[in-house]
Design a protein around this ligand. Sequence first.
Ligand code: ATP
Ligand code: MG
Length: 412
Amino acid sequence: MRLSKSFIKTLREAPKDETAKNGALLVRAGFIHKEMAGVYDYLPLGLRVIENIKSIIREELNKLGCEEISMTALQNPEPWEKTGRFADSEVDIWFKTELNSGGVLGLAPTHEEPITNMLRTYISSYKDLPLSVYQFQTKFRNELRAKSGILRGREFLMKDLYSFHDSEEDLDKFYAEVEKAYNRIFDRLGIGDCTYETFASGGIFSKYSHEFQTLIPVGEDTIYHNNDKSLVFNKEVFNDEVLAEFNVDKADFAETTGAEVGNIFKLKFKYSEPLGLKFIDEDNNAKTVYMGCYGIGVSRLMGVITEKFADEKGLIWPESVAPFKYYLVGIGDEGTKKADEIYSQHQDQIIYDDRDSRIGEKFADAELMGIPYRIVISDKTLSEDSAELVSRATGETAMITLENLAQTLAGK
Ligand code: ATP
Ligand code: MG
């Protein structure tokens, strides 16, 4: 990306109503634009972060044999009426709209009903099971409070995965594989150390669901973890009964705050039963399909990573999600000529700050955008056949020979 040719600009100020750190920083750094409370546009840099997060999730889910699809946001009320979830009295965050020809449609807040309904066309025998499908999709929720930047959107991006099985054992086995995949995903996103699998409410036949909670001060959930952090509970289930069940003492737990980045459920028959999703088993008996569902808040993750790593100078992206790995600045005639040449060879990895502005401004923008490495080439560094390389995360500065730089950029 050549900054002189891009429409994006860093901003001195965030919108006045943007009180969340993640929202303010991402707007100022030119990653997102605020339309209104809880509704954001993703600009070129922000979109690249989202795509990087999606790629990591996609890779890990594809390894489990999951297939990617894309379902509609517009919802026919029918399947939702069968589960009782179309009524505003049951689900209070619906956005609904009316057809000109008459009738109401919903904007999907999640997709259990339509996916279960759709798969009635494709599942009929035990031979069709197990199967698992997922999507990255925009969800709509009429959230009462939308003051947390992209941590809580009224329109947001979720990865939702649904699995279908012929037995409880098979569901359990797959669920355990998803747990492991989720841990790998959060490790790769750079938040493995501070993301805890947490017992939460909402389980159907397993009593609990599992949430993945990333510890950040602005997290909206209160969670309790023991000293070695192997046992973590959401406040909603942390009561005397649960303490007794796990044979643990309240005093051994510390209270902290987390942001829910993922949530997994063994649904069993919760949706397949009312929607009539059945299969014929080997003995020719009709049976109800076992289901699980597994969410990850993709856009929320971008906000969580922002909150976790940002410092007073701006964003700090882990390399795995950074929109670009390098921020390149050329100084002086020879330095600029060399920078032009390097950029032209490695455009996909580099933000090239070729704008006609002061060096100090360029460096400040590199820091605000949180690009992992800044490369500076000047007449002075060229006199040593080198470039200067500065790490955003550690501030470490090193000279790198042009030869090594070329190899690094070429991924050697
Ligand atoms: P919360 O308790 O934070 O409202 P939830 O339990 O209602 O979330 P789920 O239905 O489990 O959310 O959705 C799956 C994932 O989608 C969540 O784990 C979270 O990461 C993300 N998510 C949920 N609501 C929002 C939102 N309004 N904005 C951004 N991400 C969200
Ligand atoms: Mg949840």
